[in-house]
Write a protein that binds this ligand. Structure first.
Ligand SMILES: Nc1ncnc2c1ncn2[C@@H]1O[C@H](COP(=O)(O)OP(=O)(O)O[C@H]2O[C@H](CO)[C@@H](O)[C@H](O)[C@H]2O)[C@@H](O)[C@H]1O
Length: 778
């Protein structure tokens, strides 16, 4: 079943142009046309110059374990004040992963803009319940738009021999590398730019209500923790397993000191060394990298996967790699142009035509796979029946694995040497399988590797073994898919097969990696993960500071909000808080703590735990704002809480990127009582905005939010050790006490949070290490 897994995801996407902005809010110039020559060889290229609305069903098959995982869905609409309408409930579907299908039923129909001071709920309740355009595309598969678009550029077709494998599904027996005659190479783009418990008492010696002086602020900045790879509770990857010198003739790199032109001061930085060696940060490790994902911000985003697929590639490109993102073309993305190539692939027994669209933005090639199956799914990307979803993902993975041969990015295809695919979640877990079964088993693509990233193990692509033939694989491969567990019985598990076939596996925090190996946290895949421990890695996600940065955030540039930095934190936050209170119709008061929650409404995110704590919360002098969409019963809960506690609580049901930014900026506290959280991005965003997180210490939340220690004046927020209302209340109580009575300690928390380097650059370096390990994995 789709990413929505047990808690389905109707997906909603941002309109294409929305986030294509640079840090100062200017629209980015797209560089997909009129390009000057550039070298596309990865060894020399340097990118930067440098629903289901129903209550949870026990028989949702995509859920490996645990009774509380809920279908989830997303609503359309991203503009401020726009709220997507929900569809009618989805009929129950079959045992295997149906929940996915069910969950993916968000629709895009935006509601009318809500009056500033009125609740979103009213517009939702009175909204149009009909889906905008969510009908299955399968009916148009054969008769669909199969003709080249009128705008297709003229092309020169080079015929090169294809791997001569009987199992290669591509209809052609030769590869067509079609190079649009008018498309010149692209110039390089310019540089873009523990289970801690709540600390009970704040500092006793702090001056009440005192403003932090510059000197104090400086002191806190100095003592702010530098971001390091969090220490993993699990044993490190067995480095012995990776001794590439055994396999190839590898010369030791020349010591940097041998370069007499290296500046002595600069020589302290290993990054600088790498830079001198090769002209790029990646140095000799530079590779061709293709990130394959079902969603990618800003074109299509329903959650954190979209954020990661939009940001990690740019960070890898900044290190000097040649990087491509491959994503389905769900809508008409105006930046991307048809490259004029047509291929056919078999999915679930049907030959389906695929076109490729391309754009070159921020040093990254974006390739959009176009097919009738994907078209018009922009607002419902994980919708449809389980079989329909699987068919889309089969087609997507088959087409994606051949992109490096077919798509002439900047004039020259990537080719299959020195190439690594980064597949993401179960949707693309078939890619490592196809890479092996169709090519590497037959002696082709020998220098291509695959890395599979686990963003959420709860969604696995489970189905009956009977459906294995749809995947068009050699018969003996069925053994890689078969899995038995007490919940699903014997079934075919796409994620499980992908984990076995991938050369390396990454998950999005060391803490989550540890949890994945437990029976409770592995969701039925823990044995596979344990057996493949040697290739597992935990890397915490980063922040795309061009999107999530209070200094340049475009969503803070109107309606009374303002951009701010650490030095203008007090005034900036005060203004954003007042703007948020005004926009939501809350009393405008600076002294009242404003508590936020942003997330999918499903069992994972624990919004129901907040609901259980509301009687206590509303007994305090606080304001509570919750933004989310997903499970219908939880949406109703948000609406009910607002109706009952209108002076203190707002429950905004919908998917609104601008509102997510505004809550992050305007709130004082962000609550994340997630039952499990592979990494979590909202707590990172919160800290970057001087908003203090209060989190359940689990997975990536435990890795990224160290508990506040009032005596050592350290830590980043409050943590609690069980996802239960009374634990949340205890932690939040300490947090509110500090907010009210110990301003200096509070300010220290904010400053430490904002002073961290949470950028993708560090994570990209760690990913690079994994890519290199995969490269030398034979
Ligand atoms: N109603 C709404 N309106 C607007 N924006 C909304 C929204 N609900 C959520 N969002 C946005 O969607 C993103 C969600 O990020 P999360 O880290 O919570 O990801 P998610 O759980 O989807 O994904 C999984 O993948 C990511 C990436 O690896 C992991 O961090 C995470 O733990 C894992 O569960 C954030 O950008 C958030 O602001």
């Amino acid at each position: 079943s789709p990413r929505g897994g047990p808690s389905g995801r109707g997906r909603v996407a941002a309109p294409a142009p929305l986030a294509l902005r640079d840090g100062s809010g200017r629209a980015l110039a797209l560089r997909c046309a009129q390009r000057a020559p550039r070298r596309r060889d990865a060894f020399v290229a340097r990118a930067d110059g440098g629903e289901n609305e129903e209550p949870e069903r026990e028989d949702d098959d995509d859920v490996a374990v645990g009774g509380w995982q809920q279908p989830r869905s997303r609503r359309g609409g991203v503009g401020v004040g726009k709220v997507a309408k929900r569809r009618g409930s989805v009929p129950p579907v079959g045992r295997y992963g149906s929940g996915e299908a069910a969950r993916g039923r968000g629709t895009a129909a935006p509601a009318p803009r809500q009056d500033a001071a009125s609740s979103q709920n009213r517009s939702i309740l009175s909204g149009d319940d009909k889906p905008a355009s969510a009908s299955s595309q399968n009916g148009s598969l054969v008769s669909g738009d199969g003709k080249p678009a009128a705008a297709t550029p003229s092309i020169t077709t080079l015929k090169v021999p294809a791997p001569d494998s009987g199992v290669i599904p591509s209809v052609d027996k030769s590869l067509e590398i079609a190079i649009p005659d008018k498309m010149g190479p692209t110039p390089p783009s310019p540089s873009v730019s523990g289970l801690g418990s709540s600390a009970p008492f704040p500092r006793l010696d702090s001056a009440e209500n005192s403003e932090l002086t510059e000197e104090m602020s400086e002191r806190v900045v100095q003592s702010a923790p530098k971001r390091e790879a969090p220490s993993s509770p699990i044993p490190a990857v067995q480095e012995e397993a990776w001794d590439f010198k055994k396999y190839i003739d590898f010369n030791e790199p020349i010591a940097e000191k041998d370069y007499d032109w290296v500046d002595e001061d600069a020589a302290d930085s290993s990054d600088n060394h790498k830079d001198y060696d090769s002209g790029s940060l990646a140095g000799e490790n530079v590779m061709n990298v293709i990130v394959v994902a079902a969603e990618c911000s800003p074109w299509c985003k329903t959650g954190g996967l979209g954020d990661v697929a939009g940001a990690l590639p740019k960070a890898l490109a900044r290190r000097g790699h040649r990087v491509m993102v491959v994503v389905p073309r769900y809508g008409d993305y105006e930046e991307a142009q048809d490259v004029g190539i047509r291929k056919y692939y078999k999915a679930a027994g049907q030959d389906l035509e695929v076109k490729y669209f391309h754009a070159y933005i921020d040093g990254v090639d974006f390739v959009f796979i176009d097919a009738p199956l994907f078209r018009h799914r922009q607002d419902d990307i994980y919708g449809g029946s389980r079989q329909e979803i699987m068919k889309r993902m089969i087609l997507f993975c088959k087409a994606a694995v051949e992109v490096p041969w077919h798509v002439p990015c900047g004039g020259v295809p990537y080719g299959d040497g020195n190439l690594v695919f980064i597949a993401n979640d179960w949707h693309t877990a078939l890619l490592p399988v196809y890479l092996k079964a169709y090519y590497r088993d037959h002696g082709t693509m020998q220098y291509t590797r695959s890395v599979l990233v686990i963003h959420n193990i709860a969604h696995q692509g489970r189905g009956p073994v009977d459906e294995f033939p749809y995947m068009d694989l050699p018969e003996h491969y069925v053994e890689h898919f078969k899995l038995y567990d007490p919940v699903g019985g014997e079934h075919a598990n796409i994620f499980g097969a992908g984990l076995k076939m991938a050369d390396r596996v990454v998950t999005v925090s060391p803490g989550y990696l540890w949890e994945l190996k437990t029976t409770e946290g592995g969701w039925g895949l823990h044995d596979i993960i344990r057996q493949n421990d040697w290739k597992m890695n935990g890397i915490v996600n980063g922040i795309d500071y061009r999107e999530w940065n209070p200094e340049v955030d475009v969503h803070l540039q109107s309606d009374g909000y303002t951009n701010y930095t650490l030095s203008s934190l007090d005034a900036g936050k005060r203004q954003c808080k007042a703007a948020l209170q005004r926009e939501l119709g809350l009393e405008v008061r600076d002294d009242v703590p404003l508590i936020g929650f942003i997330g999918r409404l499903d069992g994972q995110k624990g919004v129901d735990i907040i609901g259980d704590a509301v009687p206590w919360i509303v007994g305090q002098d606080v304001q509570l704002v919750m933004l989310g969409s997903g499970r219908r019963d939880l949406e109703v809960m948000l609406q009910r809480l607002e109706a009952q506690h209108g002076s203190k609580v707002r429950g905004w049901v919908g998917f609104s990127v601008p509102m997510a930014h505004r809550i992050t900026a305007g709130a004082d506290v962000l609550l994340m009582p997630s039952r499990f959280e592979p990494c979590g991005l909202n707590q990172l965003y919160a800290m970057a905005y001087g908003t203090v997180p209060v989190v359940h210490a689990v997975g990536g939340l435990r890795d990224t939010v160290t508990a506040f220690d009032p005596f050592g004046d350290s830590g980043l927020g409050w943590t609690f050790d069980r996802a239960e209302p009374h634990k949340l209340i205890e932690a939040l109580g300490h947090c509110l006490d500090t907010y009210r009575s110990y301003k200096e300690s509070w300010r220290g928390l904010q400053v430490r949070g904002m002073s961290q380097d949470l950028s993708w650059d560090h994570a990209a370096e760690l990913y690079e290490e994994v890519l290199v390990k995969a490269k030398y994995q034979w």
